[in-house]
Design a protein around this ligand. Structure first.
Ligand SMILES: Cc1ncc(COP(=O)(O)O)c(C=O)c1O
Length: 399
């Protein structure tokens, strides 16, 4: 949805310029989306939210009724999510876990550890012995699996099937599985396996990935209770109306689940759950020509919304025209139909969207960027140039 929801639009219109830019989240829309996602998945499939996509406590809480738990990828995320959502199951993943982080996770009673290497397994075993004597700790080794030819071809960020620092090569998993099943680490329980192989896959590719992971896991010849097939569901920034086909994905997982009734399948999407609920709203400060191209400089920029710079896309947006012009000096306006929207940073990389159709765009008009609910504020380099930070608004029209 490129156009903001009515609640978001009204809030953006009501804010004075000094309260822009602002992140505006529609929690009612988020709940409706999460409920539809949950409804499309088989009951037996567990849905964890990858908190890295957007860890705002209001977002975590809005998702609460629809998810089975949260995936966290650092000690910081673990402490944050445990505080925001006390008592909810956590899966602790991510490369380079430190002994302090693992100790804190054990002390907090974390339900599952996604183990990234044999070294990490040894560390976990020793720390569990010291920190949580007598407690069984559930472990899911993370595997970097080559999947069926072409399955990852459409992905925007492949983390599996090629050299990466994530998880273990299939050949390295053998000794880890052996150590987890032959009594080497009596406190650790082999609960299952974990794989997150790519981001940005459409539903058929996601089903193929899930099938590959389950086929590999069941071929290990050991009893597993769970297989986590990761996140990475596609979000189309070029065509925001085109959503990931959760129905087709759910049907694919249902078929897989029927073939493996002994397994709990789990997914851990981030982006495709929260991207649509967030908007970054700002106002045009200046409009100018440069070598044949027209630029509108907006308050804020990619230090607040880094997503278009990192992913190399134009952030979808719409204009809310503002008729009032309070200043005594003339109001600049676009003369051509297409305007490039840039931010206040002193770098040509600070571009939010290129050649946007915005005929007549004027200083003082508002621009609302969509799909800013995931990997947006929390991945941005906030302090560069010391501009003021954005406001945050969490709209809940149902409550
Ligand atoms: C281990 C793991 N799980 C889940 C996710 C969520 O991916 P996405 O937000 O693309 O769904 C990520 C993202 O990097 C990840 O690394």
């Amino acid at each position: 949805m490129t156009r903001p929801t009515p609640a978001v639009r009204d809030r953006v219109r009501s804010l004075p310029p000094t309260e822009l830019p602002a992140y505006v989240y529609d929690l009612t829309a988020l709940r409706a989306h999460a409920s539809a996602v949950r409804g499309a998945l088989p009951e037996r499939v567990e849905l964890y939210y990858a908190a890295k996509a957007n860890p705002e406590p209001e977002i975590l809480a809005a998702l609460g009724p629809y998810v089975d738990g949260y995936e966290v990828s650092s000690g910081g995320e673990l402490a944050h999510v445990a505080k925001a959502m006390p008592g909810r199951p956590l899966a602790f993943g991510g490369p380079g876990k430190t002994p302090d982080e693992v100790t804190a996770a054990l002390e907090a009673g974390t339900e599952r550890f996604h183990v990234e290497s044999e070294y990490e397994l040894r560390m976990l075993a020793e720390l569990a012995r010291r920190v949580a004597p007598g407690r069984r700790v559930a472990v899911l080794p993370r595997v970097n699996l080559p999947v069926a030819d072409g399955s990852l071809a459409g992905s925007s960020l492949a983390m599996g099937g090629r050299p990466t620092p994530f998880g273990m090569d299939p050949g390295q998993v053998g000794p880890v599985i052996a150590a987890l099943t032959d009594g080497t680490y009596p406190q650790l329980e082999l609960r299952g396996v974990h794989a997150h192989l790519a981001s940005g896959l459409e539903a058929p590719a996601q089903v193929a990935v899930a099938e590959s992971v389950v086929a590999w896991a069941t071929g290990l010849g050991v009893r597993l209770g769970e297989v986590n097939v990761g996140g990475g569901m596609h979000v189309d920034y070029g065509d925001p109306e085109r959503r990931f086909d959760w129905t087709a994905y759910g049907e694919g997982l249902a078929r897989l689940s029927e073939r493996h009734p002994e397994l709990t399948l789990r997914i851990e999407p981030g982006r495709a759950l929260t991207a649509y609920c967030g908007w970054y709203a700002t106002e045009v400060l200046d409009v100018k020509h440069s070598h044949g191209e027209e630029f509108a400089v907006v308050r804020g920029g990619t230090h607040h919304l880094r997503t278009p710079a990192t992913k190399g896309h134009d952030q979808p947006c719409s204009v809310l025209p503002v008729d009032a012009w309070p200043h005594p000096w003339p109001r600049p306006a676009a003369e051509s139909d297409r305007v490039t929207l840039s931010g206040q940073l002193c770098t040509p990389k600070d571009v939010l969207a290129r050649r946007v159709p915005a005929p007549g765009l004027r200083a003082g008009d508002r621009v609302v960027f969509a799909l800013a609910g995931a990997y947006a504020w929390n991945i941005s380099h906030h302090d560069f140039l010391m501009h003021p930070g954005p406001g945050f608004h969490f709209l809940d029209t149902a409550g």
